[in-house]
Design a protein around this ligand. Structure first.
Ligand code: ZN
Length: 277
């Protein structure tokens, strides 16, 4: 059996497979439990699990969790832990790195950026066929590039990250800061004159972020995904039409901007970690 986990900033989601057949889906709040202890409760019940593949919304290097702004880390050396204690093979990679591996394979593209807007704002980059990870596994952390000061802190400890303007958590923080009904959607913010500034700030920060990725990495394709993109399908055409005002023209020349066609690219990419070994 293989246990595939999508460890996001809001939810931990697990799928258990025998061969390629899905047996069970599980769900838990990321704030409720440490990732390793949650996995242990699952493998107690499903003792045939031999492999664990994790798409992780945080920084990871060689099977070690470096940090995670929104997830409880109970065991950092998670690969070693499950190997020693349970003799289970574990593969873990940053969620956007997993996503871009899946997107690149699906689209047969060797120069591709995946920009996901969910709880956070994330980027994964495959350049000339190689995943860009950096010295300690924290390269391409698009959400945490300095942008401008916000009246609250980011999960990383700074208060000027672009993620504080263009992400699901940013929208929640701005609504709370301005005492606005937390249920208002991005579209409703846009259509309500007294709140539309939050939408305008969101759109502008997202354009800055995506154009920064295009200018730095010169991709052929930019794939958009994540919960905010999925629930706001018009964002793709808004970005595609306005990006020329932000990205460097020669880097933007011929770039295709599209929304993901995959149902869950991060978990598809996490499974690819197992199959590529
Ligand atoms: Zn940050």
């Amino acid at each position: 059996m293989t246990l595939v986990i999508d460890a996001g900033g809001t939810h931990l989601r697990a799928e258990i497979y025998r061969e390629d057949k899905l047996l069970k889906k599980l769900n838990e709040k990321s704030s409720a439990v440490g990732l390793a202890s949650w996995i242990e409760t699952i493998i107690k019940e499903y003792s045939d699990v031999k492999t664990i593949c994790i798409s992780y919304a945080g920084q990871v290097k060689n099977g070690v969790i470096i940090s995670a702004p929104n997830i409880k880390v109970d065991i950092h050396e998670i690969k070693e832990y499950f190997k020693e204690k349970y003799e289970i093979g574990l593969f873990i990679e940053n969620d956007l790195n997993c996503a871009v591996l899946a997107e690149g394979t699906y689209l047969k593209e060797e120069d591709i950026c995946a920009v996901y807007v969910g709880t956070g704002l994330g980027l994964g980059v495959v350049s000339s066929g190689n995943l860009i990870t950096g010295f300690s596994g924290v390269a391409t952390e698009l959400g945490h590039i300095p942008y401008k000061e916000a009246p609250f802190e980011c999960g990383c400890g700074k208060d000027n990250c672009i993620e504080l303007f263009a992400s699901g958590s940013a929208l929640a923080k701005w609504k709370k800061h301005k005492n606005i009904d937390s249920k208002l959607t991005l579209q409703e913010l846009k259509e309500t004159p007294e709140f539309s500034e939050i939408y305008e700030e969101f759109e502008l920060a997202l354009l800055y972020a995506i154009s920064t990725a295009i200018t730095l990495f010169n991709p052929k394709v930019v794939v958009l995904g994540g919960g905010i993109i999925e629930s706001n399908p018009k964002l793709e055409s808004i970005i595609a039409s306005k990006i020329k005002n932000y990205a460097m023209p020669v880097a933007l020349d011929g770039v295709k901007i599209m929304t993901t066609k995959l149902k869950n690219a991060p978990t598809i990419g996490a499974l690819m970690l197992r199959d590529s070994k």
